[in-house]
Design a protein around this ligand. Sequence first.
Ligand code: NAP
Length: 489
Amino acid sequence: MVSRVIPVEPFDLVIFGGTGDLARRKILPGLYRRFWAGQLPEEARIIGASRKPMSDEEFRAFAREAIDAFAIEGAGDAEMVAAFLDKLGYVAVDAKGDGGWPELGARLRDGTVRAFYFSVGPSLFGDLAERLHKYEMATPDCRVVVEKPFGHDLETAQELNGTLAKFFAEKQIYRIDHYLGKETVQNLMAVRFGNILFEPIWNAQYVDHIQITVAETVGVGGRGAYYDKSGAMRDMVQNHLMQLLCLIAMEPPNMFEPDAVRDEKLKVIRALQPVEPHHIVRGQYGQPEQEDGYRAEAGDPRSKTESFVAMRVAVQNWRWAGTPFYLRTGKKLRARESEIAVVFKPTPHSIFGDQAEPQRNVLTIRLQPNEGMELDVTIKEPGPGGMRLIDVPLDMSFAEALAEESASVPEAYERLIMDVIRGNQTLFMRGDEVEAAWAWTDPIIDGWQDRGDVPKPYDIGSNGPDDALALLHRDGRKWRDIKEHRTKK
Ligand code: NAP
């Protein structure tokens, strides 16, 4: 079934918040998939820890339900699930109290890789870190995994970094941005730096502009009250879109090694020009009074939080001078689609004269649906009638091209958790990166607040507010249609 999967070292993984939504939907099913793929060693141990009193057996029942609901169809049989559940245990602890901690310590083995997943709200990070030290569970090599949101602004991100730094070295801290765990995102680096074809033309001389779109069809739903305190800028742009931008724009690191990659990403963030207010469009889905509109779902009829943002961003360095990056993300849009499109300039001279309109090469990196890449290449339209040019896609869907291996291709969370066990921080954000991203984002958000900016309503199921279209029209460019799914099915 599975090829080329190398098991990780034996480990003890404690999931604080083991009974929470993230553990249920992502962490436990993801770990099971890695077990099914043959990547977890016999000696792996996974311990759930939250306040709720539960026996090992009850936690295993919880994990079984999570696997049934969220691990992919056909992922093993009952025997395989039972073998995985054998690795699970549970200890009730309160991050803010002292009960249960000695019991948790007693479950951990010496000389085994030790990782603590803080799948709880950030307000508990300091309490957990303190108690891990107090009860002597934090070894110099242990790892801690923390989730987004990593801060609400620069100040809170600095506070969180400061809290963690009191107890752990930077090399022990794994800040998860699950976008970095996606196969396509890593392939972006493989394509850029593993081929001679792209890098020589990956600059302002040949690239007209770049579009990064992360479009969702879902709204804020039951998370409305929580989301209303953050908005698209904090929830998506400061982290996910910023990370994608970094990987597209960064200089080649000298090695595929954590700090070499993260140093280059940090340089990109520091090279970002402050964004002018007329280069940003904010939106809210639905009309203010609409029942399934943003304000109703957020529970605030006067909310000024954005569920959509589109912006023109400039990277101020030699490579990208004059090449705009257009970023766009939103909820309740026409389709669920995440892609990066590198739009190249037209040929400098058309030998075909007036009879053929010059086309453009576009490299599209699709993150969802159907991860893959596509390169639009200009060819002659077949048949009689002279030299007419058309674009055809060279399309590579990973699911098709790598059909044999696809069973063993880990999803983002799975890959990232395995990287934690391996001690590889390449796909995790460093503290200074996160702070630099907030330092760039904060003035934009502060500007909205100071001006009392109100997001533009946009129709549910649309491409976003019309002003977002104008953002590119003004530059003589056009957004790629969110509806187009350039995927083979
Ligand atoms: P959740 O469903 O509210 O779960 C929180 C977990 O923390 C529960 O297991 C809870 O169990 C435990 N907990 C709460 N207070 C505790 C305490 N004092 N001591 C020990 N355990 C405590 O939250 P979640 O959705 O899983 O999110 C967890 C973290 O991941 C949050 O920071 C969230 O922002 C982040 N995140 C979540 C998602 C997602 O899809 N859910 C996505 C990205 C990031 P008890 O009440 O039994 O203690």
